[in-house]
Design a protein around this ligand. Structure first.
Ligand SMILES: [Zn+2]
Length: 95
């Protein structure tokens, strides 16, 4: 899966040497009060097929925009050491 034999910093584009100043940022976004597993996660418990069918029904009857709001979003990106230092000062930039 590795491209150009390395990991590259998402912010500055520099190559990150594995094991030396490699930081990973993970961001999860989902609607509060609405367990994300209801729409996008399968618990793995019980009848798998029934769960999938239920999930598809939920999606079919949901308003697309509402669904977009409810869907669980997950972001993950790599940072080098210097970008990590800057990033943690202001993880949610406001413009
Ligand atoms: Zn960087």
């Amino acid at each position: 899966m590795e491209r150009d034999s390395g990991t590259f910093c998402k912010l500055c584009g520099r190559r990150i040497v594995q094991g030396k100043g490699h930081y990973i940022v993970r961001i999860e976004v989902f609607a509060a009060g609405e367990p994300p597993e209801k729409l996008v996660w399968l618990s793995g418990k019980g009848d798998f097929k029934a769960e999938v069918n239920h999930l598809l029904q939920e999606i079919a009857k949901a308003d697309p925009r509402e669904l977009e709001d409810q869907v669980y979003k997950f972001f993950k990106f790599d940072l080098c050491r210097s970008c990590q230092r800057e990033y943690i000062k202001n993880p949610l930039p406001t413009k």
